[in-house]
Design a protein around this ligand. Structure first.
Ligand code: AMP
Length: 398
């Protein structure tokens, strides 16, 4: 995979696939600019080299048809502010006048094309559509890690038209490099903490990690399916009956592979999911009917803290309790603190997944984590061990 850091783009028209699928409010104002901010380094590099950055993205799900609601024109003002450059709207990639607009751009300019998903060819990965985009640039850069799991015209097919001029942007490169630090180059002891609500959504990640980690902590809602499979009473806790056999299989696989597998040993139970719920701490794991496990208990915190503290590499995905409700957030807060403190002592930590990011941010600990992956679905697939089409396309060319 070629990396833009090693290149100079002076005088080049650089087509940059970004992921500006940002949230908009009813007035079509951008409510979170993180995705734009994260591409700033790539855009600045091209501009500072004296190149022309032609940005392209999708926004929402217009399903292959032009729809004003999903126009990227809505984000011109905010992206100009965030990128510190006047972003010029170039209109639709298939418009008659688009080439004229692109040719009017001068070195150092930044343009933005209309939502690529206004055309069915984008999501189909259509070669003709990719060719139409490609005609506008000399070079292709992919900086849309969040869309790298899609085999679309602008994320994968387009590379065909730039066989020796396709590069990974800073964001994409950093995401891949940091994910590889845990998946392929992890320093031992390597501990993964997998939480969240359901086993089914994390199953492939757990299976992939079993070949890589020394210790695996399974907590949060999904731990109750495992505990049930081990004969523990789980009361009304969240439970996936279809996953019981798989949970048993994971326990035996972990054993065979020499992975130390840890579950909660006590729980905070509640009689409902709200701030005014009655709660109590179980002395052992058993939870009586009418109560559900909503957080890990103090003995579990102590046990998990020891494992985390002794780790050199830590991967965390998914909260260990219903942290959105403050009363049930102490376990997640404690895990965040342990990961942060261990990182400060020299370990490498990677946190990913919307809820885990929200948790470390809620507790003011984001700056004490080595890397926070904002790749969403793409990151989850990467952790499952899938080669993402956007990355494969860049790797397949020299
Ligand atoms: P996920 O998207 O799978 O990572 O799940 C995140 C969600 O899991 C968060 O909204 C948490 O509130 C929820 N969660 C964590 N622990 C529990 C639990 N014990 N019972 C129910 N939901 C939980």
């Amino acid at each position: 995979m070629k990396y833009i850091d090693n290149e100079n783009f002076k005088g080049k028209k650089v087509l940059v696939r970004v992921d500006y699928n940002v949230p908009l409010n009813d007035l079509f104002e951008v409510t979170d600019v993180t995705r734009i901010e994260r591409t700033k380094k790539t855009v600045s590099k091209i501009v500072n080299d004296g190149g022309i950055a032609i940005l392209m993205s999708h926004l929402g799900r217009p399903k292959g048809e032009a729809n004003e609601k999903f126009s990227l024109e809505h984000i011109i003002k905010r992206s100009s502010e965030v990128l510190g450059k006047n972003v010029i709207f170039l209109g639709d990639v298939l418009n008659d006048d688009v080439e004229k607009k692109v040719n009017a751009l001068k070195p150092g300019d930044v343009g933005l094309l209309e939502n690529l998903r206004f055309h069915k060819g984008e999501e189909k990965g259509d070669v003709e559509f990719a060719k139409a985009i490609a005609r506008l640039g000399d070079v292709y850069v992919n900086d849309a890690f969040g869309t790298a799991h899609r085999e679309h015209a602008s994320t994968a097919t387009i590379v065909k038209f730039f066989p020796s001029q396709s590069y990974a942007g800073y964001l994409l490169y950093e995401e891949v490099t940091n994910l590889e630090k845990v998946l392929s180059n992890a320093k031992s002891p390597f501990t993964a903490i997998i939480g969240g609500s359901k086993v089914s959504t994390k199953l492939n990640i757990i299976l992939n990690l079993l070949d890589r980690v020394d210790s695996l902590i399974i907590a949060g809602g999904m731990s109750y399916t495992f505990l049930h499979s081990l004969g523990v009473k789980i009361g009304n806790s969240i439970f996936e009956p279809d996953m019981v056999d798989m949970a048993k299989e994971i326990v035996s696989k972990a054993h065979l592979k020499g992975v130390d597998l840890y579950f909660p040993i006590d729980n905070i139970c509640a009689d409902k999911f709200s701030e005014d719920a009655n709660t109590y701490i179980t002395t052992q794991n058993h939870i009586p009917d009418g109560w559900e496990g909503v957080d890990i208990g103090p003995r579990t915190i102590q046990k998990f803290a020891r494992i985390i503290k002794d780790s050199e590499t830590i991967l965390w995905n998914g909260p260990v309790g219903v942290f959105e409700i403050d009363k049930f957030g102490f376990g997640t807060q404690s895990m965040a603190l342990c990961v942060a403190v261990t990182t400060m002592s020299g370990a490498f930590s990677l946190i990913g997944g919307g809820d885990s990011i929200a948790a470390v941010s809620k507790y003011g600990l984001s700056n004490f984590i080595s890397y926070i992956s904002t790749g969403g679905g793409a990151m989850l697939e990467y952790l499952e061990g899938i080669e993402l089409p956007g990355i494969k396309a860049l790797n397949d060319v020299e």
